[in-house]
Design a protein around this ligand. Structure first.
Ligand code: AMP
Ligand code: GLY
Length: 414
C-alpha cells in the first residue's frame, strides 16, 4: 500500500519509521526530511496549501495519507482530500477549530460540561487588565489562534502579566492556573469509535526542573505507569468520547490534561499527534499501525486495539542553542550512526543535507529515542545516545523522565 505522510519534523520521521515496518507498504513523505530518506520517498515541496498537498498525493496515487502538523488541518486539507475521494487521517476543518481557536475550544468544553480551567475571553487590553484582577496569580494568558507553542504565558505576578499583554495581541483567553501533573492523552478516532494510544508525558519548558520559556517540547516518554486504569477511563469517558460524539471527530484527538486534586482537567486540545510524544509512542507501539490508521480513515475502528511493549520508551530532544528564541542553522551534526549503534533511534526534525553531511536547520534538531525494561534503563540509554552526538551549541534537558522515576519511588508497586 502507498502511504503518504505530510510534514517534515520529528513526529513525521517517527510515523514514517513505524509505517515503513508495515508489511507491503511503500512510504512517501511531503516534504519529509533527510532522516526519512532511507525508508521513504521524500516528495519535493511544492507548497503547503491543501490543493498542493492533494496534488502531491495524486502524483503518487496515495492510498492513504496521514497528516502530521496542525496548520494544514486547520486550513482544511482533510475536506479537500475527501471531496477528491482520497482516504486521509485527520479532522475536517470544522473539528480542527478545537486546536485552531482557544476561544472555540474553551466554549466547547464549557458547553459540554468537560472539566477545564475557569476562564474569560477578552477582546482588548483594557478588558484583559480588568480580568486579571479576578484571577490572582499565577494566571495563564493564551492567544486565540495557532502560535506554534508560543501563544501561552504563565504569569507569576502582575508585572509578568503586563509584559505578556504587550506581546500577545488580539483576542485572549485568560484562565485559572491549574496545579498537578501534565499528561498527553491521544486517541485515534473515526467519527464515532476511538482507540486510545498509550499515555505520554512531554517536557514543555526549555530548561531542567521545568524552568525557562515554553517550547514545542524538549522530550517525552511513554510508560504504562503514567496513568492508572481509572484515570485513563475518566479521560476517555469524560473528555474524549463526548468530544468525538459532538464533533464527529476523525484523526488524532490530543487532550492535554492536568491531573489536579479535583480530577483530570483539559488544558488544551490538539487535533493531531504530539511532537515529541509521537517519537516514544511509535517506538513503544508493538502493533502494526497501518491497519488502525486505515480503519480510522474508513470509519471502521470499532473493536480495533493497539498493543504496546511492556517497557517504557524515552525521547530526548536536542535543540539548537537559543531555541525557543533565535538560533543559527547550518551546524554539522556528528555521531548519529554512533548513537544508533548503541541501540537508540535518532528521529530527525530540524535537519538538512549540507555539503559535508547532515546539518542543523531548525530549533528542535533531533529526538534521541530509546526503550528499556525499566524507565531508568530507557532514560540511561537515551542519554548515552545523546552523549554520542555533537553539534555546535547543542542544548538539551538532562531530566527527561524524572517525574516518571519519582512516580515509581513514591509508589513502588504501581
Ligand atoms: P497550551 O498550549 O494551552 O497547552 O499551553 C501550553 C502549556 O502551558 C501547557 O502545556 C501547560 O504547561 C501550560 N498551561 C496552559 N494552561 C495552563 C493552566 N491553566 N494552568 C497551568 N498551566 C497551564
Ligand atoms: N508536544 C506538545 C504538542 O505537540 O503540542
Amino acid at each position: 500500500m502507498r502511504v503518504l505522510v505530510i510534514g517534515s519534523g520529528g513526529r513525521e520521521h517517527a510515523l514514517v519509521w513505524k509505517l515503513a515496518q508495515s508489511p507491503g507498504t511503500q512510504v512517501f513523505a511531503a516534504p519529509g526530511n533527510p532522516g526519512m530518506a532511507g525508508i521513504a520517498t521524500c516528495l519535493p515541496a511544492k507548497g503547503a496549501g491543501s490543493a498542493q498537498l492533494l496534488a502531491a498525493a495524486e502524483s503518487i496515487d496515495a492510498e492513504l495519507t496521514v497528516v502530521g502538523p496542525e496548520v494544514p488541518l486547520v486550513a482544511g486539507v482533510v475536506d479537500e482530500f475527501r471531496t477528491a475521494g482520497r482516504l486521509i487521517v485527520g479532522p475536517d476543518r470544522a473539528a480542527a477549530q478545537l486546536e485552531g481557536s482557544k476561544v472555540f475550544s474553551k466554549n466547547f468544553l464549557v458547553e459540554r460540561n468537560i472539566p477545564t480551567a475557569r476562564f474569560v475571553t477578552v477582546e482588548n487590553e483594557i478588558d484583559a487588565r480588568k480580568a486579571l484582577d479576578r484571577f490572582g496569580f499565577p494566571v495563564v494568558l493564551k492567544a486565540d489562534g495557532l502560535a506554534a507553542g508560543k501563544g501561552v504565558v504563565v504569569a507569576e505576578d502582575r508585572a509578568q502579566a503586563e509584559a505578556a499583554l504587550a506581546t500577545l495581541r488580539g483576542r485572549l483567553v485568560i484562565e485559572e492556573f491549574l496545579r498537578g501533573e501534565e499528561v498527553s492523552f491521544i486517541a485515534l478516532c473515526d467519527g464515532r469509535d476511538v482507540v486510545p494510544l498509550a499515555a505520554t508525558q512531554d517536557h514543555k519548558a526549555a530548561f531542567d526542573g521545568d524552568r525557562g520559556p515554553n517550547t514545542g517540547g524538549m522530550g517525552a516518554y511513554c510508560d504504562a505507569a503514567i496513568l492508572t486504569r481509572r484515570q485513563a477511563d475518566q479521560i476517555l469517558n469524560y473528555v474524549i468520547l463526548p468530544t468525538v460524539e459532538a464533533t464527529a471527530f476523525t484523526g488524532f484527538l490530543y487532550a492535554g490534561m492536568m491531573m489536579t486534586s479535583d480530577g483530570p482537567k483539559v488544558l488544551e486540545f490538539n487535533v493531531r499527534l504530539g511532537d515529541p510524544e509521537t517519537q516514544p509512542l511509535m517506538h513503544r507501539m508493538q502493533s502494526d499501525f497501518l491497519p488502525a490508521l486505515l480503519a480510522a480513515a474508513e470509519g471502521r475502528l470499532a473493536g480495533a486495539r493497539l498493543e504496546w511493549r511492556a517497557g517504557p520508551s524515552v525521547c530526548v530532544v536536542m535543540a539548537s542553542a537559543g531555541y525557543p528564541g533565535a538560533y543559527e542553522s547550518g551546524k554539522p551534526i556528528h555521531g548519529i550512526a554512533a548513537a544508533e549503534a548503541l541501540g537508540t533511534v535518532v528521529f530527525q526534525a530540524g535537519t538538512r543535507s549540507g555539503a559535508h553531511g547532515i546539518e542543523t536547520a531548525g530549533g528542535r534538531v533531533l529526538g534521541v529515542t530509546a526503550g528499556g525494561d525499566t524507565l531508568a534503563a530507557a532514560i540511561a540509554l537515551a542519554y548515552q545516545g545523546v552523549d554520542a552526538i555533537h553539534f555546535d551549541g547543542a542544548h538539551f534537558r538532562r531530566d527527561i523522565g524524572r517525574k516518571g522515576l519519582e512516580r515509581y519511588r513514591n509508589s513502588p508497586r504501581s
